[in-house]
Design a protein around this ligand. Structure first.
Ligand code: ATP
Ligand code: MG
Length: 140
């Protein structure tokens, strides 16, 4: 049976998560559930480990221990299916690099774009599939 929290399905289910840079532990025994179809905000002081948590969810950082699932499946399955998107925070963006706000937000569609046909992925951005363009406009 699907895991639920209150009346919602659990989208992301984190159990006993540990993560560290070199030896310095940043996330220690984190257990947390994100309900599907709702906004969740992670709030904490600078250096608390918020971005580190997202790096683990996106797969750019490997957890030392623990289990991360999405809709009762390993989160990697959903990463491959393009269901996970991430937009870096202000400090991680190189502001002199010549990309627009529109292109930066479009970066969040990367996983979804991987499902497009190869020929479409090779086209310049003005020919991106309208669903990506609409998603970016709606987010902005
Ligand atoms: N690449 C890295 N190498 C080593 N330590 C790091 C690295 N990135 C972050 N840290 C350290 O890990 C801890 C958590 O950092 P993280 O960036 O996850 O915090 P945050 O909650 O996102 O902070 P902020 O509110 O400033 O964005 C901090 O002590 C930080 O100095
Ligand atoms: Mg951060």
């Amino acid at each position: 049976m699907a895991t639920t929290v209150g009346d919602a399905l659990v989208a992301i289910d984190i159990k006993g998560l540990y993560a560290a840079y070199q030896r310095q532990p940043v996330l220690e025994n984190i257990t947390l559930q994100f309900p599907a179809g709702k906004w969740t905000a992670i709030v904490g002081p600078n250096g608390a480990g918020k971005s580190t948590l997202f790096h683990v969810l996106t797969g750019s950082m490997k957890a030392l221990r623990g289990k991360v699932q999405a809709f009762d499946e390993p989160i990697g399955t959903h990463r491959k299916a393009g269901h996970i998107a991430y937009m870096a925070q202000r400090e991680a963006i190189e502001w002199d690099f010549p990309v627009s706000v529109w292109e930066t937000v479009m970066g969040g569609r990367y996983g979804q774009m991987r499902q497009d046909r190869l020929w479409r992925r090779l086209l310049p951005s003005r020919w991106y599939h309208p669903r990506h363009v609409e998603a970016v406009h709606s987010a902005l």
